[in-house]
Design a protein around this ligand. Sequence first.
Ligand SMILES: [Zn+2]
Length: 134
Amino acid sequence: MQTIQLPRQIVNKILAHAQTREQQEICGLISQNKLNEMKIFPVTNISTDASRFFEMDAAEMIHAMKSIRNEDAELFAIYHSHPTTAAFPSAIDIEKAGYPDALYLIVSLNTTGVLELKGFKIQGDTVQPLELVL
Ligand SMILES: [Zn+2]
């Protein structure tokens, strides 16, 4: 299994973001520059059924992608939360995944007391779990 190293501060920011909306999915992007420095870009979930789905606000996403390019960085990961289900991509997550090179991070709030964070590559219909080193 491929191993991905995630800085603690990035993990903490994803978890903190997820905890701001415990009943709704939250989402965002993470960039990585040539020095392997990561940066988090929270994006508003505009889904009309945000308890079960996420849809990134297009303008915010474009703005984040521009910032990432301007900083000479690359899109490293796309994260979102699952308020009531396991940290595994849903059928819709797999269908909508458009970045085969990016890491898909999913936080589950389902586990009592402990947030669960898992990482995947999604290429077509294939979901490959990655080992996260936090
Ligand atoms: Zn999902």
